[in-house]
Ligand binder design. Structure first.
Ligand SMILES: Cc1ncc(COP(=O)(O)O)c(C=O)c1O
Length: 423
């Protein structure tokens, strides 16, 4: 059989693309951070992880431009060999100071930071306890590691304890969790995780991709939120720090080990000068203006209150991520398209990113969104609130009807199979 035969699948994607309803890979024509131009229309960006709005901050742009002039456009090699620059060290030093850890290590992406660190730390005979809703790169890191992965139910401390009890007492153990879960905005119960870790002699590892710059003192994340220090913090520059890249924070020994053993660190080119400088300058801005964190969370609270008043279910989010529970994938798909017509840019979150029947629209608030932009967002949602809340059974409604597309007989028969399967 031709190994590429499977690539002729993706019928649903093809159908949605053909009729202009595909809600992903939308090409943005221009952006200033809080607003974007899409298909010639200016829209409010409500689906970005640019939590502090620093991607267009003049100081961050200038630092990035200057880094290109000083260091060139790329590092053209691994940090292990020829790509290790002074600004990487400067960024690592400031991150360590900001978070209160001995050392940090910068990777080319956050994804690679998790993959490399988990692979390096969990050796044969070790056990990783991983929350069932952890990000895909933690899952991939666990797959790469020689140690065994044990999944515990999201936020379920009884399940975690049972699973900690089920492995040999003397085995090396590490509990890994997202700090803020990216889909529903819930915060890991780090206080209880830390107690269990102590009781069962396990280490703790927190992915703070969505927590840095958004929660904790001055945006120091989940550990600061709980006033608890996990053994390891992972973070990314691709969200609050408005750049690209990621890092691991820990003790000198742990960081030195990952430096020597983490394959995604050793065998990949160093983070580019422009990205390194942008992350460094963003961190400096955050440290100088911690009030930005409060500004973003105040605005998120404002939007949450208004959307809740419309009767929408925001899934008890605790962060600046605002999930609007929709239910069926079809409805989420339709809504994200409807909201575009009201100049609101959001993306649907559908299966398999969330379980079947738990689709949502994910909004996130930036520190520099204006209240006018937030009000416009609420106004747009108000047109669809009833539809979102109503428990109608879209499974019975063909997708093309829901999307208001007329099809000829040939097209209808071609997609009937897809729409039946698509819920
Ligand atoms: C929880 C979490 N961890 C890690 C990552 C990966 O970060 P990066 O974008 O730097 O690869 C993401 C990005 O989506 C994330 O949401």
């Amino acid at each position: 059989m031709d190994i590429f035969k499977k690539t002729q699948g993706l019928k649903l994607v093809k159908f949605l693309k053909r009729f202009g309803f595909y809600p992903f890979f939308r090409e943005i024509e221009a952006t200033d951070g809080t607003s974007v131009t899409f298909q010639g229309s200016e829209m409010i960006m409500m689906g970005s992880n640019n939590y502090l709005g620093l991607s267009h901050h003049p100081r961050v742009i200038k630092a990035s431009q200057e880094a290109i002039e000083t260091w060139g456009t790329g590092c053209t090699g691994s940090r292990f060999l020829n790509g290790n620059l002074q600004i990487h060290a400067e960024l690592e030093k400031l991150l360590a100071e900001f978070l209160g850890y001995e050392k940090t290590l910068v990777f080319a992406t956050g994804f690679m930071a998790n993959q490399g660190a988990i692979q390096a730390l969990a050796a044969e005979g070790d056990f990783i306890f991983s929350d069932s809703e952890n990000h895909a790169c933690i899952v991939e890191g666990c797959r790469l590691a020689k140690g065994q992965t044990v999944i515990y139910r999201n936020h379920d401390m009884n399940d975690l304890e049972k699973k900690l009890q089920s492995v040999p007492k003397k085995a090396g153990k590490i509990i890994i969790t997202d700090g803020v879960f990216s889909m529903n905005g819930s915060i890991a119960k780090l206080d209880q995780i830390q107690k269990l870790a102590k009781k069962y002699n396990a280490r703790t590892y927190v992915d703070d991709a969505h927590a840095l710059g958004t929660i904790g003192k001055g945006g120091r994340g989940t550990s600061s939120h709980w006033n608890i220090k996990p053994d390891i913090i992972m973070g990314t520059f691709s969200k609050s720090l408005a750049s690209q890249g990621g890092f691991i924070a820990g003790s000198q020994d742990v960081i030195d080990w990952i430096k020597q053993k983490g394959k995604t660190f050793m065998f990949s080119a160093a983070l580019s000068p422009a990205s390194t400088a942008a992350a460094l300058e963003s961190l400096k801005v955050l440290m100088e203006k911690p009030e930005m964190v409060k500004e973003a969370s105040n605005k998120a609270d404002y939007l949450k209150e208004k959307l809740t008043n419309l009767g929408l279910d925001l899934m008890n989010t605790q962060a600046n991520i605002i999930p609007i529970f929709v239910g069926s994938d079809k409805k989420a798909l339709k809504l994200s398209n409807d909201l575009l017509k009201h100049n609101i840019f959001v993306t649907p979150v559908v299966f398999p990113a969330v379980p079947q029947g738990q689709a949502l629209i994910r909004c996130s608030v930036m520190a520099n969104h204006s209240y006018e932009e937030l009000d416009k967002t609420v106004e747009a949602f108000s047109h669809f609130a009833e539809e979102i809340i109503m428990e109608n059974d879209e499974k019975k409604i063909p997708l093309h009807t829901l999307l208001n597309t007329s099809l000829n007989d040939n097209q209808l028969s071609e997609i009937s199979e897809i729409t039946e399967r698509y819920q």
